[in-house]
Design a protein around this ligand. Structure first.
Ligand SMILES: Nc1nc2c(c(=O)[nH]1)N[C@H]1C(S)=C(S)[C@@H](COP(=O)(O)OP(=O)(O)OC[C@H]3O[C@@H](n4cnc5c(N)ncnc54)[C@H](O)[C@@H]3O)O[C@H]1N2
Ligand code: MOO
Length: 367
C-alpha cells in the first residue's frame, strides 16, 4: 500500500477534508474573557443597583470595574466589568428612577476559558478536519492545521484521435476521461490538475511524464500493444517499477500501476472508456485515497442477479442497478468501449469466477 504524503501545516480555512497528522490544539481561550450570557444588566453587590452606563459586544477598551451597588446595561457576549457578580436578564429585572431592581438567580456569566484554554485538545491525530472542526479551530485561535496534504493528480490524455473540446471531426473522438478522473480524484481527497493532451509519440509522452509536477500521473490510452501504445517502453526508459501490469479482469485488463524513481506514481488507464473507468475505480481511487491518509470505506457487497457471458479465469466488472433493498441487477449490454449501460447504473459489481446468479458480489460506487 502507498504511504501517506509527508504532513505539513496548512491554513485552517484550506484544511477541511484533510486528515490531521498531529493533534489540533487550542491556541487561545474561549471565551477570551468573562462575558455576559444574557442581554440585561451586570450588577455588583446587593441591589438595588444604580445604572451607570452601557456595555455592548465588541467594545475594545476594558470596562471600568463595577463597584458594589452599581449596574451597567450589557449585551450577550460583551466582556463583563471586573467586580460583576451576576447578569440580570431584562425579563428578570426592572428599571425605575435610574435604579435596577430584581433578584439574581444564575449568574449568567461565561468565565474566560469555560469552553477551553490554550493547550486543550480539540481533535486527536488521524481524525478528518470537518467543517465543524474548522469552525471550532477558529473559535480557539488556530491559524494552521497539521495535516496530510492532498495529492496532486495530473491527467495525460494520449491518442492523436482524441479532442478535448467541441464535436469530434472524422476520425476523432471526444475525450471522456477528464471529467471522470476529476470527479473521482476530488471524491477521494486529491487535487486534480488540468488535463493535457499528449500526441502519440514516444518522446512527447516521455517529456510529458518527466515534467508532470504531480504526485500521481494518470495516463489514458497507450496501454496496449498497438503501434502507438508507447507507455510501457517510455516507463521502462524512465526506470519505473511496475507494481501492477495488467489485471485478469474484463473490461480493463491492460490497466497498470508503476512507481517512478522520484517517488511519483503512474496509473495507466486503458483507452477504451469502460475499461479506463474500471481502472480508475480499482487502481487510481485506492491510491489517491491512501496518499492523503484517508480510510477506504468498508467494502460494500450485495446479492447480484442477471445474465452474464463469462470468460473463464477472469473477473468481470459489470454495471448494476440497486433499487429498494432487492438484489443488484446486471444492466445488459455493457462492454469495454461504450458508456451507455454504465451511465444508467448505480454501481459496478465485481463478479469473480465462483459467482452464480443471486450470490453476493462486491460493489464499486460510480462517480
Ligand atoms: N493486440 C491487442 N490489442 C488490444 C488489446 C490486446 O490485448 N492486444 N487489448 C484491447 C483492450 S482490452 C483495450 S482496453 C485497449 C486498450 O487500448 P489503449 O490503452 O492502448 O488505448 P488506445 O488504443 O489509445 O484506445 C483504445 C480505444 O479507446 C479510445 N480512446 C482512447 N482515449 C480516449 C479518450 N480520452 N476518450 C475517449 N475515448 C478514448 C480510442 O479512440 C480507441 O477506440 O486495447 C485493445 N487492443
Ligand atoms: O479490457 Mo479492455 O480493457 O476490455 O476494454
Amino acid at each position: 500500500a502507498a504511504h501517506p504524503l509527508a504532513p505539513r501545516p496548512v491554513p485552517i480555512l484550506e484544511a477541511a477534508g484533510l486528515i490531521l497528522a498531529a493533534p489540533l490544539v487550542a491556541q487561545s481561550a474561549a471565551p477570551a474573557a468573562d462575558s455576559a450570557a444574557m442581554d440585561g444588566y451586570a450588577v455588583a453587590g446587593p441591589g438595588p443597583w444604580r445604572l451607570t452606563g452601557r456595555r455592548l459586544a465588541g467594545e475594545r477598551a476594558p470596562a471600568p470595574a463595577l463597584a458594589a451597588g452599581r449596574a451597567v446595561e450589557i449585551a450577550t457576549g460583551a466582556t463583563v466589568p471586573a467586580g460583576t457578580d451576576a447578569v440580570l436578564p431584562y425579563e428578570d429585572s426592572a428599571v425605575d428612577g435610574g435604579f435596577v431592581t430584581g433578584t439574581p438567580g444564575r449568574p449568567h456569566i461565561r468565565r474566560a476559558g469555560d469552553h477551553g484554554r490554550p493547550g486543550d485538545l480539540l481533535l486527536p491525530a488521524g481524525r478528518p478536519v470537518t467543517p465543524v472542526a474548522v469552525a471550532a479551530a477558529l473559535q480557539f485561535g488556530v491559524a494552521e492545521a497539521p495535516v496530510v496534504p492532498r495529492p496532486r493528480v495530473a491527467l495525460l490524455i494520449t491518442g492523436d484521435e482524441v479532442v478535448l473540446t467541441g464535436s469530434p471531426g472524422p476520425g476523432q473522438v471526444r475525450d471522456v476521461f477528464a471529467p471522470l478522473v476529476d470527479a473521482l480524484v476530488v471524491r477521494c481527497g486529491g487535487a486534480p490538475a488540468a488535463a493535457r493532451l499528449v500526441p502519440d509519440d514516444r518522446d512527447a509522452l516521455r517529456t510529458a511524464l518527466r515534467t508532470a509536477g504531480a504526485h500521481v500521473v494518470v495516463v489514458s490510452g497507450a496501454s496496449s500493444a498497438g503501434a502507438a501504445d508507447h507507455l510501457h517502453a517510455v516507463l521502462d526508459r524512465l526506470g519505473a517499477v511496475w507494481l501492477v501490469d495488467g489485471v485478469a479482469c474484463r473490461p480493463g485488463h491492460p490497466q497498470g500501476l508503476a512507481a517512478l524513481p522520484d517517488g511519483r506514481w503512474v496509473v495507466s488507464l486503458p483507452g477504451n472508456p469502460g475499461a479506463g473507468l474500471v481502472a480508475a475505480l480499482t487502481l487510481l481511487e485506492p491510491l489517491v485515497t491512501a496518499l492523503p491518509a484517508r480510510r477506504e470505506p468498508p467494502p460494500h457487497t450485495a446479492p447480484v442477479t442477471g445474465a452474464l457471458r463469462r470468460r473463464p479465469g477472469c473477473t468481470h466488472i459489470v454495471p448494476v442497478t440497486v433499487a429498494g433493498g432487492g438484489p443488484a441487477r446486471i444492466v445488459p449490454g455493457a462492454g469495454s468501449a461504450g458508456l451507455r449501460a454504465v451511465a444508467a447504473a448505480d454501481a459496478l459489481a465485481v463478479i469473480d469466477d465462483t459467482w452464480q446468479p443471486g450470490a453476493p458480489a462486491r460493489l464499486l460506487t460510480l462517480p
